[in-house]
Design a binder for this molecule. Structure first.
Ligand SMILES: Nc1nc2c(c(=O)[nH]1)N[C@H]1C(S)=C(S)[C@@H](COP(=O)(O)OP(=O)(O)OC[C@H]3O[C@@H](n4cnc5c(=O)[nH]c(N)nc54)[C@H](O)[C@@H]3O)O[C@H]1N2
Ligand SMILES: Nc1nc2c(c(=O)[nH]1)N[C@H]1C(S)=C(S)[C@@H](COP(=O)(O)OP(=O)(O)OC[C@H]3O[C@@H](n4cnc5c(=O)[nH]c(N)nc54)[C@H](O)[C@@H]3O)O[C@H]1N2
Ligand code: SF4
Ligand SMILES: [Mo]
Length: 848
């Protein structure tokens, strides 16, 4: 960042938080004196040396949000101001030894995003008081309001909507921004909105997880659970790791993934990457890169299975003992003679053998390479095929995941240390909810729809078929009733920016009567809301941080600083709303009028009760709540690495499927009488198959739109979070990656501004030209903050203007199924609000 910009940044952030800074002036230190008045003094703050460590207090906490991990942050503060952040250096572990970092107890060291968190806390996009919309929806004009007015408006409209439109009229679109904590949970299924609206009796919930709904379907049908993951320390025992659509240099799925994989490398493990891009993880592990045409993974895997079968390399003993439907010998009695997996692969059932040559035509990988990989995978033991989620975010995503499970099964790599059955990849399950456990804990709902079909539902109501919106079968009076959605709640969610086909959402949201956005930041979704409620961040409230899917530890999150501005914790906001609506004591049984509704003692009561009555007995741990709070971290030391399905393989425990086996031929799919009565709506084959996506490089549509765009997750953001962090912005550009030959043909060079479009929308962003991407494929990272111009063109480069809202049959989001065309452009790219920020944020802060 240039010096003037940096100064402006510091000035603004300091002005914003002056209220809190002023509280600290009594301490009378250098750091405090200089913030007490004018920006001239704020400059001094930037250049004065930071206070010495012995002048600061140190508080251990954890980083947050939906990033694939969970690491320790250590806040060094002066008064109520965080002056700097550091991370784990060993000394917070039980024996307190500085520098300790072992395989059994590795440090939980934060990445750059976590370490720059101070800028998110004190950013100029921080939402500091309630706001009420004054302009047209989406125009971004708001006025400041009191809590009383804002909550009053919400409560009144909720009652009006429920009375006039019935129990399905309010849509719960909370999501994982604040999940992975024990208490202030945002979650589309069982978060605070679920509880709040469930008790209110007016809630349509959103099913289908953007991350991996195809994988949820696959793992549930195949293994009967989503807990199909080893803990990541098991990677250290692999001899071969196949990173299939996985780039753990950007998106690890556990706390120390990279560390354990490095141990594997040091112990001689070989690495392979199947990805349209040569990723940083491929470079870091010196992996064999196999560039693949997007969304054709199931075909390539079928070609591998064929090669394994014709060479008789399959683990027949494993197949016979543990699987259903790999071959005729393992088909269930009731389906004997029906199509088994091997029948399909060998072409016995449809006359088309799925040879490596057949696969090569589809996936663009040479038959030789498919054979070589099949041989490596079948003959190297143990081998981990880590089938990540991105290739499943496609029009037939579940087929890829089920095909991967078939390969993992026929090679006998399930339930073995160093093998893998992921999948979803949830590892050791830690007890994780301090919310009240009563009949409302999962939230009642009157309807459940596929998350990104809400706009379709609103725009076409009432002429909508249940399968168009993935209406979940509910066997009560509401079954089949199309919800009349009139309101949305966003909590821990920037979904307007993140769901598919944003232009369709923009049409739909204009029809709503109430949109509430609770966030610590002014977000692109917030621009489309009626009421913005300022939430305190996890630095400003009490909680416990949980690892994301894997990693066996807890990190305490004390209230590090007081809530900034007028912000309140999410629990407090909902509690106050519930009191207005008449069900406060049911919503929050521990908050009562003695506590004046709510204060820190309420949080402490919930968390300590949870630790004492659930965590200690469940995990037999020997650390008291008080000691945990004093230390800040609790790490489980497991006797051996956790391996999913080990008991099934070693002790014959049945899987939780109808047959008790790994179901490559899935009973639950094969026995569906009528798919239109399910939430899926479409026929799904009971064995994994290659099925053509709606659009891909092999479809006729590719003549009009010759590039397949994939939209992975960025290293420099957690989705949309951290998009406005100037330090991180110096490390990247929101850009479109284009293969060098394609770029040459289009006359495009790195840095040129490009227009990218299809029938659904148009975006603008700079080009990055490279050999590291397969020809015909372009890459645009998700999560940038949309920025529409007067012609409806997104100048930020948000790929969700181009994505399809058609789901895969399993409900998987088709985020990576996108054809586009592109050309050089004269339009200006606007890379983020920070560059126009001052103007934009003043719109919000103006008091009318
Ligand atoms: N830094 C960071 N980490 C994160 C997140 C984040 O936003 N930022 N988000 C978290 C969340 S919520 C999730 S769901 C996970 C997502 O985790 P993943 O799904 O594993 O991550 P992606 O980045 O979407 O994609 C991984 C790789 O798949 C490749 N890919 C895309 N399409 C295809 C395909 O059709 N076939 C093949 N073979 N490869 C393909 C991409 O090029 C990319 O290199 O990450 C989590 N971790
Ligand atoms: N094209 C494309 N689009 C995608 C994807 C893709 O691969 N490609 N991936 C999808 C996936 S897997 C995901 S998970 C989604 C993520 O989509 P979102 O969940 O919408 O993304 P986040 O940026 O994590 O948004 C979380 C919001 O919660 C807020 N927040 C964080 N903590 C708290 C809190 O404690 N309280 C409150 N009230 N708010 C809080 C943050 O400020 C942020 O605005 O994006 C999806 N979008
Ligand atoms: S953003 Fe995620 S990976 Fe980075 S420090 Fe925070 S928790 Fe860890
Ligand atoms: Mo996700």
């Amino acid at each position: 960042m240039s010096e003037p910009n940096r100064l402006k940044f510091l000035e603004t952030s300091l002005n914003m938080s002056r209220r809190n800074f002023l509280k600290t002036t009594a301490a009378g230190t250098a750091a405090v004196g200089l913030i007490s008045t004018q920006s001239r003094e704020a400059q001094a703050f930037a250049y004065e040396p930071y206070p010495r460590d012995d002048q600061l207090t140190t508080v251990v906490t954890s980083c947050a949000h939906n990033c694939g991990s969970r690491h320790m942050l250590v806040a060094h503060k002066k008064g109520d101001v965080i002056v700097r952040l550091s991370t784990d250096d060993g000394r917070y572990q039980r024996d307190g030894s500085f520098g300790k970092d072992t395989e059994a107890e590795p440090q939980l060291r934060a990445c750059l995003r976590g370490r720059s968190y101070r800028l998110r806390l004190y950013s100029q996009e921080r939402l500091l008081h309630p706001m009420i919309r004054v302009g047209a929806r989406g125009e971004g004009k708001f006025r400041r309001a009191s809590w009383d007015e804002a909550l009053g408006l919400i409560a009144d409209r909720m009652q009006y909507i429920k009375y006039n439109y019935g129990p399905t009229a309010i849509l719960d679109q909370s999501y994982a921004g604040a999940s992975w904590s024990a208490f202030h949970k945002s979650d589309q299924i069982s978060g605070l909105v679920a509880r709040f609206l469930g008790i209110f009796g007016c809630r349509t919930t959103s099913w289908s997880v953007p991350s991996y709904q195809g994988t949820v379907f696959s793992s549930t049908m195949t293994f009967g659970t989503t807990e199909d993951g080893n803990e990541d320390d098991a990677f250290a025992y692999s001899k071969l790791i196949i990173m299939w659509g996985w780039n753990p240099a950007y998106t690890f799925h556990g706390g120390n993934t990279f560390y354990y994989m490095r141990l594997a490398k040091q112990r001689g493990c070989k690495f392979v990457v199947i990805d349209p891009q040569y990723t940083d993880a491929a470079a870091a592990y010196d992996a064999w890169w196999i560039p693949i045409r997007p969304n054709t993974d199931a075909a390539m895997m079928a070609g591998m299975a064929y090669h394994i079968f014709v060479n008789n390399w399959q683990d027949q003993l494993f197949i016979n003992r543990f699987t259903q439907g790999v071959d005729q010998g393992t088909m269930p009695m009731w389906a004997r003679g029906g199509e088994s997996f091997k029948d399909y692969i060998m072409g016995f059932s449809d006359g088309i053998p799925k040879t490596p040559e057949w696969a090569s035509e589809i996936c663009g990988v040479s038959a030789e390479d498919i054979k070589k990989l099949a041989q490596m995978y079948a003959l190297t033991k143990p081998a981990a095929l880590k089938a990540s989620w991105a290739p499943g975010r496609n029009a037939w995503g579940e087929q890829y995941n089920r095909m991967a499970a078939a390969l993992q099964s026929i090679t006998g790599n399930i339930g073995k240390l160093g093998g893998s059955s992921e999948g979803i990849g949830k590892g050791k399950h830690v007890e994780g909810s301090a919310l009240p456990m009563d009949k409302w804990s999962m939230g009642e709902y009157a309807a459940a729809i596929k998350s990104d079909r809400w706009a379709h539902c609103v725009l076409n109501y009432p002429n909508v078929q249940r399968e168009e919106i993935g209406l979940w079968p509910k066997f009560d009076g509401t079954d089949g009733r199309i919800p009349n959605i009139r309101a949305i709640f966003w909590h821990g969610s920037n979904w307007f920016n993140q769901l598919t086909n944003i232009n369709k959402e923009i049409q739909a949201i204009k029809r709503l009567d109430l949109v509430v956005c609770m966030d610590a930041t002014i977000t692109p979704s917030g621009l489309f809301a009626d009421v913005l409620l300022p939430s305190a961040t996890h630095f400003e409230r009490h909680d416990v941080g949980l690892p994301w899917y894997k990693g066996h530890y807890y990190i305490h999150r004390p209230k590090v600083i007081e809530p900034m501005g007028e912000s309140k914790t999410d629990w407090q906001i909902f509690t106050e709303l519930a009191y207005r609506l008449g069900y406060g004591p049911i919503f929050n049984p521990k908050a009562n009028r003695d506590y004046f509704f709510y204060n820190d003692a309420v949080d402490e009561a919930y968390l300590s009760e949870w630790w004492n009555t659930k965590v200690i007995p469940t995990h037999h741990i020997d650390m008291s709540w008080e000691e945990f709070k004093a230390r800040g971290v609790y790490k489980f030391i497991l006797p051996e690495p956790h391996v999913a399905f080990k008991e099934n393989v070693e002790q014959g425990k049945p899987w939780s499927t109808p047959s008790g086996k790994i179901e490559i031929f899935a009973t639950q799919i094969a026995t569906v009488p009528d798919f239109r009565r399910t939430q899926f709506g479409y026929y799904i084959p009971p064995i994994p198959k290659w099925v053509e996506p709606f659009e891909w490089l092999g479809s006729p549509k590719a003549q009009k739109y010759p590039f397949h765009m994939i939209t992975p997750h960025p290293r420099w953001r957690t989705h949309t979070i951290f998009n406005n962090i100037s330090w991180l912005r110096e490390t990247y550009d929101q850009e479109i990656t284009i293969n060098a030959a394609d770029a040459k043909q289009k006359g495009i060079k790195t840095g040129d501004t490009i227009e990218v479009w299809n029938d659904r929308g148009k975006i603008v962003l700079p080009a990055y030209v490279t050999e590291r991407c397969k020809p015909g494929v372009v890459v645009v990272h998700e999560g940038v903050w949309m920025d529409l111009d007067e012609n409806g063109i997104d100048r930020s480069g948000n790929p969700d203007f181009l994505t399809l809202d058609e789901p895969a049959p399993s409900g998987a989001f088709a985020y990576n199924t996108i054809l586009v065309d592109l050309k050089k452009s004269d339009l200006e790219h606007r890379p983020g609000w920070d560059k126009l920020a001052t103007a934009r944020s003043h719109v919000f802060r103006r008091e009318i």
